[in-house]
Design a protein around this ligand. Structure first.
Ligand SMILES: [Zn+2]
Length: 399
């Protein structure tokens, strides 16, 4: 968790009550507020006897909670939820403890009163959450009602666009090391940071705002990278990586070239291989809990109707095209696969494999200042073209 995110969570936790009284015509109950995960949470089972709140057992890393008949979708330990087709962010995620599903108090007392205006109310002074009787019509959540800290949908109208640049790996997660069959001199985490910094300079010079998910040699959890970007108002997300040939390939050290991915179900074994390789970064994250199943599959299912899919594939095409102009090796094309780092960024998002660090000439190119700058300028070109297209669509009233 970034210092900024952590500060937000702490500020929020300090104001939280130790007990919340929940009340409805069915009765009243004092529900203890837990802070075992560092942010205030309550057990759904404690709410259910009094409020119209119910939840099935979490499955595959996903949890669904129904409130007054409307469904909220959560991913365990992930700081967001989906309701009515929109994504909203939370200071912390739901979790299972002592066979019970806990949900963040923030969801209960901050969000629910907004979604069920006039039916659900929270009185902060008395730490009292109330469900009023009667089937009052729900006010559908709107962008205005959502407000912060909802994940930003790209707002209409002109404003400075912000690109999130995500240098892959970092800290003890070195990424790939190359090239093969010689003394290795390339570490992926160094190349991705150097190139991302150059892209940032390029974009800033062109008047585009930039957020970097890391600026030093530190490890940032895959699940936090998209959240950092979203929390800082980014409009698009670009993760930068270096590819590595599988040693099992017949001509492993000969493989080279660049490819750009967007998040969707993988279509080829090679795309699956690259996603497995990049997702393996979670093994460096001490907070990762392997028992939580695969939240990614849940998000992937969700993506079928996700508007960002089309946007992301367009962004990937423009970045890949721009790289084709400068890259010494041939284009391996635009591909799709299930990257965890893209799954938590609710905005058009791509992952670029800028070359094979396992190939000697390509490793030289990727570690050289000239190559890094050339690739960075190309990535900035692709992004700039994408943002210009996007701006035209927004202006035409057809985002
Ligand atoms: Zn990587």
């Amino acid at each position: 968790m970034s210092a900024r995110l952590l500060a937000g969570v702490l500020a929020w936790s300090a104001a939280a009550p130790l007990v919340v009284t929940v009340a409805s015509p069915r009765g009243e109950r004092r529900v203890p507020v837990r802070a075992e995960r560092g942010y205030p949470s309550v057990a759904v089972a404690q709410l259910a006897p009094v409020l119209s709140v119910e939840a099935g057992p979490p499955r595959g890393g996903a949890a669904h909670v129904r409130v007054l008949g409307r469904q909220f979708d959560f991913v365990l330990d992930a700081g967001y939820f989906r309701f009515d087709g929109r994504i909203y962010t939370l200071a912390g995620g739901p979790y299972v403890a002592r066979d019970s599903l806990f949900v963040p108090l923030q969801w209960l007392i901050e969000y629910l009163p907004r979604f069920f205006d006039g039916v659900l109310r929270y009185d902060g002074g008395r730490a009292r959450f109330e469900e009023r009787p009667g089937g009052v019509a729900l006010r559908p959540p709107t962008a205005a009602a959502a407000g912060p800290p909802a994940a930003p949908a790209v707002p209409a109208g002109r404003r400075r666009r912000i690109v999130a640049l995500d240098p892959g790996h970092g800290g003890r997660d070195v990424g790939m090391i190359g090239p093969l069959r010689t003394r290795p001199f390339l570490r992926e985490k160094d190349v991705t940071l150097a190139v991302a910094r150059h892209v940032a300079e390029e974009l800033e010079r062109r008047g585009v705002g930039v957020v970097l998910t890391r600026t030093t040699d530190t490890l940032v959890a895959l699940g936090d990278r998209g959240r950092i970007a979203g929390g800082r108002g980014a409009d698009v997300f670009v993760s930068i990586h270096v590819n590595a040939a599988s040693r099992r390939w017949r001509d492993a050290e000969g493989a080279r070239g660049f490819e750009t991915y967007f998040l969707a179900e993988a279509r080829t074994e090679d795309a699956r291989r690259v996603a497995r390789m990049e997702n393996a970064s979670v093994r460096f994250e001490t907070t990762a809990d392997a028992s939580n199943g695969d939240p990614l599959s849940f998000i992937l299912n969700d993506l079928a109707q996700n508007e960002h899919l089309r946007e992301s594939s367009r962004l990937a095409a423009l970045v890949q095209d721009a790289l084709s102009v400068v890259h010494p090796a041939e284009s391996r094309g635009v591909k799709q696969a299930g990257f965890m780092v893209l799954a938590t960024s609710y905005m058009p998002a791509v992952l670029v494999e800028i070359g094979f660090g396992s190939n000697y000439p390509e490793a030289r190119y990727l570690t050289g200042a000239a190559g890094q700058r050339r690739l960075a300028r190309a990535i900035a070109d692709g992004l700039e073209r994408y943002l210009a297209e996007y701006e035209r669509r927004v202006t035409a009233g057809n985002p």
